[in-house]
Design a protein around this ligand. Sequence first.
Ligand code: 4AD
Ligand code: MG
Length: 429
Amino acid sequence: MSQVIPVREALKLSQGEEVTVRGWVYRRRDLGDKAFVVVRDSTGIIQAVFSPSARGHDAARRVTVESSVIVSGRLRDDPRAPGGKEIQGENLEIVSLADNFPIRRDASREFLLEVRHLAVRSRKLTAVLKIRDTAFAALHEWFRTNGYYEVQAPMFVSAAVEGGATLFPVKYVDGSTVYLTQSSQFYLEALIFSLEKVYTVAPSFRAEKSRTRRHLTEYWHAEAEAAWMGLEGILKVEEELISHIVRRVLEKNHDELTFLGRDLSRLKLVEPPFPRISYDKAIEILQNKGVGIKWGDDLGADEERVLTMEFDKPFFLYGFPESVKAFYHKNDPSRPSVTLSADLLAPEGYGEIIGGGERIDKLEELVEKIKRFGLNPSDYEWYLDLRRYGSVPHAGFGLGMDRLVMWIAGLDHIVDSLPFPRTTSRTYP
Ligand code: 4AD
Ligand code: MG
């Protein structure tokens, strides 16, 4: 038996070369007296054909889908086989014979979620997870090469960042009620006073009541915060970062994107600068399209979808009214009814992937706004301290990594952007 090689490498060998691969049985069928076994590993799939004279013929006939196997033989060109080549099988060792695999071609979405621990083997999810891996790696790469320090913030917190409605209470060891974090932002704000530019990638939790295609209850949140930066500066960071990630995915995941049927020409357009439209203009566009919305209303997924049809690349929506954004956003000094905030919306109907902006850096202004929002300043004592000891202008943002992957991979539901999604109705497996 020759040395085991990845399927992707096996498919590069020439006719007649000896080959051994190992993996899982992706498909199996008999045709006449021949047994066909398609083997899947992390790099791809390859077909092996066993004729009755082959030593592994019997094993190839009785092996079941998803059994783990080691297959050896000689490579042969065959235009009908996946990848244009197949293995003329000699031996097939069954490492572990699989029970009857429960996933059928016509499985419902709900069933696939119920057996997610098995469904993660699908070629679709494998392709998505490879793209996701590239996206996370590219994010770290961008921050590290641009002077940001990676930091970690706690998941147990004592107060809301993004409003009480989506807080997850947890009974703590001392009997008190604490919450799962909605955002690491306040901790990143504390860390800019020493490190100046920081970022983190961590779960955030939202007790979302509504079931949508783009909401998880636990999602992966990449957040950054920078001292001495305003809205304009942070938007530059966002467009550079997103463009870098998309470029890397185009470089490394051409096969996966193609497998998923993604339109690559749309992704190639993702280069800075991104268009910007004001909230005012967005309301006007929506009203002209007959959407029932007025100035001061928040934009939901439906309104965002209409706007995304106006652009062929990601775009910023800036200047939201104070009432639709969290209390920490700085109001525009030249027009106090709106904030120095911006969301980044992905095109093709996807909508918001980033929320961010400039923070209030003056103590009185922050206390005032916390009260105006009906919140209690004493719940934010340590956060207020940051304005007492050497406060500086600063800005930051939060990027939903699952939404980013959903858009880049062209998925129609966020649950397929990560291996084990947590939604309003699912915490298993
Ligand atoms: O817009 P959000 O709520 O902003 C914040 O949390 C800020 N504190 C971030 C910051 O400035 N450091 O959330 C940021 C992003 C959204 O744009 C969205 O992509 C994602 O987080 N997000 C969700 N993703 C999946 N499921 C959910 N339930 C999400 N809620 C927000
Ligand atoms: Mg938001």
